[in-house]
Design a protein around this ligand. Structure first.
Ligand code: FDM
Length: 212
């Protein structure tokens, strides 16, 4: 039975403020790993393709209004609805590169003033990432990059609060990469920490659950 003998994939999460470069870095990382012959998939949250995801998308586009608690729970539900597939993929040896996860959930909602413990509660039992990479940029620098879109949270004042929330969530297991380095330097650093993590998972590190 190849499945029980094969080692599992790694759950890699990229976090950071809007415009930090997460999305392009996860794309480059995906391409690299894929070309190296690894079994890898690129995921993102919110996953706007599900029914819940469409409600989230409409909220972010300011096309619908929702209570802060209600939207928080929808973001969480959007992760729960992908949980079993996520576990299946990891166990069958596929590495997942995930653009935003529970940390975005807690950082963005607590930036609105919701209690952090309340924000963390619905995430309990989701799969814990094997690696969280934080692409670090100040809100001011991110804003200078321009191209904040028209979505709900893409404003400097709010991003400053989100940065503060992320800081409160960070722990020593996170790998922080300076997001103001060149694209190539970031890519190189990212590859190093990711390959290292994949090796640890390959050697048999067990999957765990939030919050560790
Ligand atoms: N966001 C994202 C949240 O507020 N909670 C969450 O749980 C997640 C995953 O949604 F402003 C916010 C972060 C961002 C917005 O994300 C949409 P993308 O990465 O721009 O699609």
């Amino acid at each position: 039975n190849t499945e029980s003998n094969s080692s599992r994939g790694a759950l890699i999460v990229l976090e950071g403020l809007d415009r930090c470069g997460k999305t392009s870095q996860s794309g480059r990382l995906y391409k690299y790993l894929d070309e190296q012959g690894h079994s890898v998939e690129s995921w993102r949250f919110p996953d706007r393709n599900t029914g819940v995801g469409q409600m989230i998308s409409s909220y972010l586009a300011n096309k619908s209004q929702l209570d802060d608690h209600a939207i928080h729970l929808l973001f969480s539900a959007n992760r729960w609805e992908k949980r079993s597939l996520m576990e299946e993929k990891l166990k069958s040896g596929t590495t997942l590169i995930v653009d935003r996860y529970s940390y975005s959930g807690v950082a963005f909602s607590s930036a609105k003033g919701l209690d952090i413990g309340w924000c963390k509660a619905p995430e309990i039992g989701l799969l814990a990432p094997d690696l969280v990479v934080y692409l670090d940029i100040s809100p001011e620098k991110a804003a200078e990059r321009g191209g904040y879109g028209d979505e709900r949270y893409e404003q400097l004042e709010f991003q400053k609060k989100v940065a503060g929330s992320y800081l409160a969530l960070r722990d020593s297991s996170w790998k922080v990469i300076d997001a103001t380095l060149s694209i190539e330097d970031i890519e190189k650093k990212l590859r190093e920490v990711v390959l290292d993590c994949m090796m640890t998972c390959h050697k048999g590190k067990a999957l765990s659950h939030l919050w560790p």
